[in-house]
Design a protein around this ligand. Structure first.
Ligand code: HEM
Length: 206
């Protein structure tokens, strides 16, 4: 069996799963108000009024927990020349021929682009949500701006939901990735195959 390399600490994993739980709770409570056909989702949160009260707080908690992980990993997500190469060769990666991409570090180009999409959506969701949060902040903003905020809120939520679906799909599709976030470690073979530059870095230091 191949040796294991530590990828996430306990604290980082806890942080990540808190984000995931809050994402589902904020997402489902928000979808409940997106269209009448989804109003039944309010049953999970104690009915309409409670869902309306809880949704913004769940959203703020999701933002804060995301900010915690973001501050830990953002510097690993700086886009480099190797990432641009990965992005242009994505079809080779999908067909299982990533051996030409030997400079992929801790995260690949796709993961990094998705990370920055998540960051942008989280910020837009927070700022736009505060702008029409009744009865606390909404009165401070003119109606035109509030309407724009509602639109941006729905748009960034949709992009984030699609982004998370891609994120989860990729985590399952690339065998051996899920354990990075459940046990904290990955096999050396996984690292060598998918993140060769990170593997070199980790094994050089023993
Ligand atoms: C059931 C849902 C989820 C699963 C199965 C999942 C799985 C994973 C896995 C396996 C990793 C490690 C990837 C690696 O190290 O290469 C990861 C990283 C990460 N996840 Fe999730 N995740 C889920 C939900 C979420 C949600 C809802 C968010 C945020 C909205 C999120 C944000 C992140 C971030 C920021 C990273 C670090 C990757 C980076 O910095 O580029 N995850 N996730």
């Amino acid at each position: 069996m191949s040796k294991m390399i530590q990828r996430y600490s306990e604290r980082e994993r806890m942080n990540h799963w808190v984000i995931a739980i809050l994402f589902f709770m904020a997402g489902l409570s928000g979808l409940a108000f997106f269209h009448p056909s989804m109003f039944w989702l309010t049953n999970f949160f104690g009915g309409g009024p409670w869902t309306r009260i809880l949704h913004p707080f769940l959203g703020v908690l999701m933002f804060l927990s995301f900010a915690g992980l973001m501050l830990k990993v953002w510097h690993h997500n700086k886009i480099t020349e190797a990432d641009k190469k990965w992005l242009t060769a994505v079809s080779e990666v999908v067909s299982g021929h990533e051996e030409t991409l030997q400079n992929v570090g801790r995260y690949n180009g796709g993961q990094k682009v998705l990370f920055w999409i998540m960051v942008a959506c989280m910020f837009v969701l927070l700022v736009s949500g505060i702008m029409f949060w009744q009865p606390w902040f909404a009165d401070a903003f003119p109606i035109g701006l509030r309407r724009l905020a509602v639109l941006l809120h729905a748009l960034s939520a949709a992009v984030l939901i699609i982004g998370v679906i891609v994120h989860v799909y990729a985590a399952i599709w690339v065998k051996g990735t899920i354990r990075a976030m459940t046990r904290g470690s990955v096999s050396e073979a996984w690292a060598r195959k998918h993140h060769p530059a990170w593997h070199r870095e980790m094994t050089r230091n023993g």
